[in-house]
Design a protein around this ligand. Sequence first.
Ligand code: NAP
Ligand code: F7E
Length: 338
Amino acid sequence: MTSKAFITGITGQDGAYLAKLLLEKGYHVHGGVRRISHQETLRLEKLGILQDVRLSEFDLSEMNNITRLIRDNPVDEFYNLAAQSFVGSSWDQPIYAGDVNGLGVVRILDSLRTYHPETRFYQASTSEMFGLVQEVPQRETTRFYPRSPYGVSKVYGHYITTNYRESFGMHASSGILFNHESPLRGQEFVTRKITMALAKIARGSAQPLILGNLEAQRDWGFAGDYVEGMWRMLQQEEANNYVLATGVTTPIRDFVRFAAECLGMELEFDGEGVNEIAINKKTGQKVVEVSEQFFRPAEVDLLIGDASKAQAELGWKATVEIRELAEMMAKSDYDDLR
Ligand code: NAP
Ligand code: F7E
């Protein structure tokens, strides 16, 4: 029989890649979309799957909407990828972040428990829960120390998933995913902001790329690999929590360098803090500036994950290294600007 899956956040980066993966595996894919003034289905269109998925109105803040949808649409697997996912905005909308990213998870879990407790559940947890890291590298057992309202809200989502598994025997897994990017990444996130701005500069723009903290380090992988890991978690006999990461960390500054190199620019960084700039050595053009505006009230300085549990139990491993990722994103933006 054909398996059925529901994906919240299907219009987001991961939702689109996961939908594609599940369709390729023969699933019926049903996804939740927010009722907003315009339908944002660009990513599904880009992957050529918009016509292959069924979409229903879905909002994580609305209990009755979630309950009815779950009651009337039984599925084998339920992936909760929807979230207010931009860390920077979570200081401006902390209550919304808590409601959607935290309470939204228990709204789903409790509806599943009531109507379809046999459904397998995936929760999109995050390395942001490690925040001010208490151990290097970070693994499933590392103590959480979130540094943003986003991180705090995700800790609730993570623990309530574990709690419903332990309390009610539900097949509920939490994937603690480190940063993963792609050409479909939102343009507010730093990698895509960088590749888009540099692609414009490579095409003749005089507008420099303005960034915040260049010292922060992230463990960046490719989103296509990470959605495969989500699926593998739900194929396990027993539900569990897993870290997915590459095990390599890179400063923001180096990601800028790598993306620039793919676009034929060699950058020279000079200065410190908000006075730091980067110049294109060949042309002398100022390519990067730093502004206080993009610094955060509290920063996550270093993330580096240990995915050995996922490798041992799921046979999962990241396949795209950082330079390849920067090149994939920079080239895609450069080509799209043609
Ligand atoms: P994304 O591109 O920002 O997508 C988020 C999705 O959630 C969008 O489809 C958005 O809908 C939807 N959404 C937002 N608020 C909603 C609400 N109130 N009700 C229903 N849907 C709502 O994020 P992503 O990068 O794909 O990440 C997917 C999940 O993984 C998120 O939960 C994120 O927090 C988590 N995560 C991401 C990473 C990463 O590096 N990408 C790492 C760890 C964890 P609209 O299209 O209407 O905005
Ligand atoms: O920031 C620094 C910024 O917004 C990365 C989400 O998917 O991954 C993502 O969260 C770093 C931070 O991602 C700019 O201060 C410097 O240190 O790309 P980001 P994030 O905050 O790591 C985690 C795992 C998630 O779960 C989240 O959902 O880059 N940075 N200058 C900047 N960041 C942005 N956005 N813009 C800048 O100009």
